[in-house]
Design a protein around this ligand. Structure first.
Ligand code: TXA
Ligand code: MG
Length: 346
């Protein structure tokens, strides 16, 4: 564990220049960094995470002006979006620059790039003098880390170091926007909302929910991702019936002698406080930023206590709720209960 000070940064940069792996905080989640221009270092990321080679990595640069180092060309739209939203939780898919090894892009002619909004992350890229390839710093299929301790829980012994920058501010990964399609396609909802992107760009298409690997725009979209060990059930629908469903399902499971974990906003937790379930509170449903920040840590904490199942309620798709819903849906891995036809929400 390296401290978040000049000596820690210098040590981390030296390790990265030697081709080693260093985890570092960004404003979204911790990333597992390697020199993006060194194929061996990039290969080590896949090995440490147990990540399939078909799943491409995000390249992190310190500023918009560094984009030409990693892309084949900077379309005016990328310039415009970068100027408006970088540094920030937005990843752009652009034509791959010849300097970027195919190991980074999983053989694709496109590359994912972002400028993280965390001073430590940018200082590390600058000190290393290279763009950094960095996926979330978790074992493949696990929940993304929002603290240095989460990183070590997954990767201790497999990486050279982690810089401890405390808990990350946003708590959810970046939005991934494909600029090689017209209109641009949102491949993964994240810290920058669809509403923000549409206000800036006009039309933005949504990637269809992936049910097979065939023709997938973004391989990472298919994985059973962000998943806890315990089975998570997600109920989707209007608040009142969804809460009623949570109550009766919890009662049923408790009556059958099972240990129930609840992952709930404060209002729901309050309403179900009389039940003998193990509840992690995420914050008020009126404060989505707080819920996003707490989500992964709460999921990890609940999961560590090994309930027989975890129940959660979907909070819709406005603003950050879309990204929260996306991660909960993946964590549920198909165990999603729709109380009402909600097809208009996607
Ligand atoms: O917030 C974040 O984005 C964090 C921090 C560390 O920056 N990183 C992160 O990386 O979440 P990762 O590897 O866990 O997710 C990257 C996503 C995957 O779904 C991957 O498939 C997609 O971006 N992706 C990467 N390169 C791509 C490409 N060329 N075309 C389409 N999708 C791509
Ligand atoms: Mg990840």
């Amino acid at each position: 564990m390296l401290p978040a000070d000049p000596a820690g940064l210098a040590a981390a940069a030296a390790l990265l220049r030697q081709g080693q792996l260093v985890a570092f905080p960004t404003e979204t989640v911790y990333g597992l960094g390697a020199d993006a221009l060194c194929p061996e270092a990039v290969a080590a990321i896949f090995a440490a995470k147990g990540r399939p080679a078909e799943d491409p990595l995000i390249v992190h640069v310190a500023e918009l002006a560094a984009l030409p180092r990693v892309v084949a060309m900077v379309p005016p739209l990328a310039q415009q979006i970068g100027a408006a939203l970088w540094p920030g939780p937005l990843t752009l898919i652009l034509p791959r620059g010849p300097q970027v090894p195919l190991a980074v892009t999983a053989g694709r002619e496109t590359v994912a790039v972002r400028v993280p909004d965390h001073p430590l992350a940018r200082a590390l890229i600058t000190a290393t003098g290279r763009p950094l390839a960095a996926p979330s710093a978790n074992r493949f299929g696990h929940t993304s880390p929002t603290t240095a301790a989460h990183v070590l829980a997954d990767l201790d012994g497999r990486i050279a170091a982690v810089i401890d920058g405390g808990a990350t501010q946003l708590g959810l990964e970046s939005s991934v926007l494909d600029l090689t399609t017209s209109p641009p396609t949102l491949l993964r909802p994240g810290g920058v909302s669809l509403e923000q992107l549409r206000a800036l760009l006009g039309e933005v298409a949504l990637a269809p929910r992936q049910s097979s690997a065939a023709g997938m725009a973004s391989p990472g979209l298919l994985e059973r991702h962000y998943a806890p060990e315990s089975s998570l059930w997600l109920v989707v629908g209007p608040a009142d019936p969804a809460l009623a469903w949570l109550r009766s399902r919890t009662e049923q499971e408790l009556a059958a002698g099972r240990r129930v974990g609840l992952l709930l906003c404060d209002e729901d937790a309050q309403a179900l406080a009389h039940l003998a379930a193990d509840c992690e509170r995420l914050g008020s449903s009126s404060d989505l930023a707080q819920i996003a920040r707490q989500l992964y840590a709460a999921l990890r904490a609940l999961d560590a206590r090994q309930p027989d199942l975890i129940l959660a309620r979907d909070l819709g798709c406005n603003g950050l709720a879309r990204a929260i819903s996306d991660r909960l849906t993946r964590a549920a891995a198909g165990r999603v209960v729709h109380l009402k036809d909600t097809e208009t929400r996607r």
